[in-house]
Design a binder for this molecule. Structure first.
Ligand code: BMA
Length: 329
C-alpha cells in the first residue's frame, strides 16, 4: 500500500479476496460468487441481507438480518471459516438483560458489529415504540447481553466507532420516522458508558443524485492516516421508488463530525440481477467492512434487494484517492 496506513487495525491475511476483474476499473468491485448468502440460509428464512461480520477466532462470525416466513425481522448469529461460506444459527439471538422493559422489542434489523477493547458490540435498529438503536455485546457469539437503547425513537443505523474518542464511546446514527423515512442526515453522538448519549453533532446531509433523499452510515468506520473512512448509503427517489447505493467519506480523526471529503459519484449502485430484483428492488446496503492492515484490502458485506447478501472488494489507498479526486464540492 502507498503512504496511507490503517491505524489500530490488525493484519488479516485470511480476508476474503478476489482480484479486480480485467477490463474493470471500478474502485469497488463485486465478488464473482455473489450472492454469498442465499435467501433461505436458515430453515425459516424468507431473506438474509443487511448483515455484519468480523474476524473471530480462526475464522469469522457475524450478526445477520433474517426476515422469517411470517415476515418478522430479527437478528441471528453466524459463523464462517473463510468469510464466504456461512452457517447461520436457525434461532434468533436471545439477549440476556437485567431489565425486562429493555428486552421488549417488536422487531430487530440491520445489525452492525464492532470490536471495542475487549468485546464485540452489536448495534441494530430495535423496534421499541418505533425504531430506535438497540445495543448489546458478546464475547463468543453464543451468549449476548443487551444494554439500554441508545436513543429515543425514531432512529436507525447506529454505527459505533471502534475505539473511544477523547475517552468516550462514539456513534453515528440517522434520526428517522416510523415509516419509510423520506429524509435523513447523519449525526454523531458520544457516551461515557454506552448508556447515556449526548454531545450530538451534525455530520452530513443528503446532497444530490444517488444521495439526494437520505443518507445513513454503513459499516464500522475504518481508521486511516487520512481520517475515518466511512462507507455510507445514499437514497435517490425515482418514479418507481427508492434506489439505495453507497459511497464513502473521510471524517476528521479527532472531530469525526467534520467531513473532509465525500464522494459525488456512488462507489456501487444496484446494477446486477440480485441487487435489482428481490423483495425490495434496487438496494445495495453495506453493513460491514473487513480490512487487512498489511495490504489495505477491504471486503464490504452488503445487503442486496433486501433479499440476499453480497460481497465487494476495494483497496484503502484507491478508495481514499478516489474520494479526494471525486469529492462533493
Ligand atoms: C431501509 C431499511 C433497510 C432496507 C432499506 C430498503 O429503510 O429498512 O433495512 O434495506 O430500507 O428497503
Amino acid at each position: 500500500m502507498s503512504h496511507i496506513s490503517l491505524l489500530h487495525s490488525s493484519p488479516l491475511p485470511r480476508i476474503p479476496w478476489e482480484a479486480r476483474p480485467q477490463h474493470n476499473d471500478d474502485v469497488v468491485w463485486r465478488y464473482s460468487g455473489n450472492p454469498i448468502i442465499p435467501r433461505d440460509a436458515t430453515p425459516t428464512a424468507n431473506s438474509v441481507f443487511n448483515s455484519a461480520v468480523v474476524p473471530f477466532r480462526e475464522g469469522f462470525a457475524g450478526v445477520f438480518r433474517c426476515d422469517d416466513r411470517t415476515r418478522t425481522m430479527n437478528i441471528h448469529s453466524g459463523f464462517s471459516p473463510d468469510g464466504l461460506h456461512w452457517s447461520i444459527t436457525p434461532q434468533p439471538i436471545s439477549f440476556t438483560c437485567d431489565d425486562p422493559e429493555v428486552r421488549r422489542f417488536a422487531y430487530r434489523y440491520d445489525p452492525r458489529v464492532c470490536w471495542i477493547e475487549d468485546r464485540y458490540y452489536v448495534s441494530w435498529c430495535n423496534g421499541y415504540h418505533g425504531p430506535t438503536i438497540g445495543l448489546g455485546y458478546t464475547h463468543d457469539f453464543v451468549t449476548f447481553v443487551q444494554l439500554e437503547n441508545a436513543f429515543l425513537p425514531y432512529n436507525r443505523n447506529g454505527v459505533l466507532f471502534p475505539r473511544r474518542i477523547h475517552g468516550r464511546y462514539a456513534m453515528l446514527s440517522r434520526p428517522s420516522d416510523q415509516g419509510h423515512t423520506p429524509f435523513g442526515d447523519i449525526f454523531y453522538s458520544e457516551s461515557p458508558d454506552l448508556t447515556y448519549w449526548g454531545k450530538h453533532r451534525f455530520v452530513m446531509a443528503p446532497t444530490g443524485g444517488w444521495q439526494s433523499t437520505k443518507i445513513g452510515p454503513g459499516p464500522t468506520p475504518i481508521e486511516t492516516s487520512e481520517g475515518w473512512l466511512l462507507f455510507y448509503h445514499g437514497v435517490l427517489t425515482s418514479c418507481n421508488g427508492f434506489v439505495y447505493s453507497f459511497g464513502a467519506a473521510l471524517l476528521d480523526l479527532d472531530q469525526p463530525w467534520r467531513v473532509m471529503y465525500r464522494t459525488a459519484p456512488y462507489l456501487l449502485s444496484p446494477q446486477t440481477l440480485y441487487e435489482c430484483v428481490g423483495d425490495v428492488p434496487n438496494v445495495a446496503f453495506p453493513c460491514a467492512a473487513l480490512c487487512d492492515a498489511d495490504t489495505g484490502r477491504i471486503a464490504i458485506y452488503y445487503g442486496c434487494a433486501d433479499t440476499v447478501t453480497g460481497l465487494a472488494f476495494a483497496r484503502a489507498d484507491e478508495v481514499i484517492a478516489y474520494i479526494k479526486a471525486n469529492a462533493v464540492q
